[in-house]
Design a protein around this ligand. Structure first.
Ligand code: GDP
Length: 296
């Protein structure tokens, strides 16, 4: 995870550590190296621009921080700026179930890891002591609902199904009603995905959102898809208003740029990361810990 960035940044950091003074030449070279590293890792070009400008402003007029060398001062600024674009000091958690059941809608394209993530998130919330259920609103692909229910049963989580209901909206309403009666804290809705965005999919999601007033609408993004995943996230955000993102497949050889871009581009926090196919491979997203992983 983030190997490319870690490698590139470690070169920058080595050079900075050797620098005695924060003169223009050292700073310019470091900024150039940082910019190349970010662009090569597939960070969104606007985010790179902003990042470089912000860090430049901080370096100019910056006194060497007490107890740190010139290079270490820049490294500290770099670290702070990485945390900033990852979302700041605070980790963003899932909304509390104020009016149970709190509905968490997972949205995104097919194959991004939505169903797997529904299972992972259900297990995570259950481990926190909540009564959690899952349901698929994909009425066109019975296999999708079956996949979710098989996963749910493997972790002892109730899966709401009604194979005879072919109307996604009616199905969702019924699920929520049952969940309310049975005292569930959270219901995770694995919504239908498509290979590409289409009007019908967006319309269905809008209607479901309107009906169930979800506590969270979380976009499941495949980190391997890089910039494409960000463009798709923007479409979903425009249509249904996202409250967060879960980044999957960060264990693969994704360049990692999406993790550094999506918060700034879409304006919603990354809540969790998927780090494997197994049901436990879900981690809350802590910007400072990720910054540490990236910068060593
Ligand atoms: P959906 O179509 O969006 O519901 O996607 P699925 O949940 O069926 O996942 C598609 C594929 O991605 C499956 O093979 C999953 O095992 C895999 N997958 C999901 N999340 C992760 C992850 O975090 N890491 C890895 N390596 N694979 C994942």
């Amino acid at each position: 995870m983030f190997e490319l960035l870690t490698e590139k940044f470690s070169n920058v950091i080595e050079k900075l550590k050797r620098a005695k003074k924060l003169d223009e030449k050292v700073v310019d070279e470091a900024l150039k190296d940082i910019k190349i590293a970010l662009l090569e890792a597939d960070v969104h070009v606007d985010v790179v621009k902003e990042f470089i400008e912000d860090i430049k402003k901080k370096i100019i007029g910056q006194e060497v921080i007490k107890g740190l060398s010139a290079g270490e001062t820049v490294i500290k600024l770099l670290y702070d700026e990485v945390i900033n674009i990852l979302g700041g000091e605070e980790a963003s958690s899932i909304a509390k179930p104020e009016k149970p059941p709190a509905i968490i809608m997972l949205v995104g394209l097919q194959g991004t890891g939505k169903t797997t993530t529904a299972g992972k998130l259900a297990k995570y919330l259950k481990s926190k002591g909540y009564k959690v259920g899952v349901a698929s609103t994909d009425v066109r692909r019975p296999a999708a609902a079956k996949q979710l229910c098989t996963l749910a049963s493997s972790i002892d989580i109730p899966c709401f199904v009604d194979e005879n209901e072919k109307d996604a909206l009616k199905l969702t309403e019924k699920v929520i009603e049952d969940a309310k009666k049975q005292g569930f804290s959270y219901i995770i809705l694995d919504t239908a995905g498509r290979l590409h965005i289409d009007e019908e999919l967006m319309e269905e999601l809008k209607q479901i959102k309107e009906k169930v007033k979800p506590a969270e609408v979380i976009y499941v993004a495949d980190a391997m898809q890089g910039q494409d995943a960000i463009n798709t996230a923007e479409e979903f955000h425009k249509a249904v208003g996202l409250t967060g993102v879960i980044l999957t497949k960060l264990d693969g050889d994704a360049k990692g740029g999406i993790a550094l871009s999506i918060r700034k581009v879409i304006g919603v926090p990354i809540k969790f990361i998927g780090t494997g196919e197994k049901i436990d491979a879900l981690e809350p997203f802590y910007p400072d810990r990720i910054a540490q992983r990236i910068l060593g």
